[in-house]
Write a protein that binds this ligand. Structure first.
Ligand code: SAM
Length: 245
């Protein structure tokens, strides 16, 4: 790219991603606020609003994949008034550790944890009513595997929701966004975490992610139906939805 980034081969990608999140786990939450100017909170709220988890009735089980430090799980819990039973799964023990501490501090008792790879889930078929993944799927090397695992572990009638940065197609916005993401974000990363490279890598992983239409068809290919998506913040972020029917 014009910024001199070299693409990481598929076999090395997961190791690289794991290093990034081990290194930033303790500063992850503050970094999100700094990098997005707080916008990530609105995007996450929008995701949980679209999910609209029930707050009564039969048990409602959610798998929050790549759940990191728990932002989505806590929102789902709040929104369901504590009714949802949420499994926070992440490949990275350091991120889950921060999640556990936050959950304890804020008194969440309806959460369980699993150190797991999205490509190979340690759960039985048809275990969950919903599968959520926020800013996680672009880190997974084999998207198709992650999507078919999501499909497998959902119950019939289950919901798939994925929040993710997407490549921007509007030219002016794309230029602004590129300047921001390739110059400002690694700089904030350097100042706050001392780790410029990790953030440069994260930014690059957005650029190579499939566009919204392409990603929607990958979700359909995994077996999901009624696939649709919503755009946020001029298409910087998209929220994809699908149903296992
Ligand atoms: N969902 C949280 C949020 O929105 O704040 C965390 C998102 S964070 C940007 C991405 C997370 O994906 C990290 O916690 C990372 O460890 C996790 N991750 C990366 N590759 C993964 C994989 N193959 N399987 C499961 N989790 C993975």
């Amino acid at each position: 790219t014009q910024f001199g980034y070299q693409e990481v081969p598929m076999e090395e990608k997961q190791g690289r991603v794991d290093d990034v999140f081990h290194s930033v786990a303790r500063r992850y939450d503050i970094m999100n606020d700094l990098m997005s100017g707080g916008l990530h909170r609105l995007w996450k709220n929008a995701m949980v609003s679209w999910l609209a988890p029930p707050h009564s009735g039969r048990p409602y089980r959610v798998l929050d994949m790549a759940g990191g430090t728990g932002d989505i799980a806590f929102r789902i819990s709040d929104r369901s008034r504590g009714h949802a039973e949420i499994t926070v799964a992440d490949i990275n023990g350091s991120m889950l550790e921060v999640c556990r501490e936050r959950a304890e501090k804020h008194g969440y008792t309806n959460l369980s944890y699993a150190e797991a790879n999205a490509e190979e889930l340690p759960f039985e078929d048809k275990s969950f009513d919903a599968y959520t993944i926020a800013f996680g799927i672009r880190n997974v090397p084999r998207l198709d595997k992650a999507l078919s695992e999501a499909y497998r572990v959902l119950k019939p009638g289950g919901r798939f929701l994925c929040l993710e940065f997407t490549p921007v197609s509007t030219p002016v916005i794309a230029q602004l966004y590129e300047a921001y993401s390739f110059r400002v974000i690694p700089m904030i990363g350097q100042v706050v975490t001392g780790d410029r490279e990790s953030y440069q890598y994260l930014v690059e992983s957005i650029r190579v992610f499939p566009n919204k239409e392409r990603f929607a068809s990958m979700i359909s290919d995994a077996g999901f139906e009624r696939v649709s998506y919503r755009d946020y913040t001029t298409g910087v972020v998209a929220l994809h939805s699908g149903w296992k029917l």
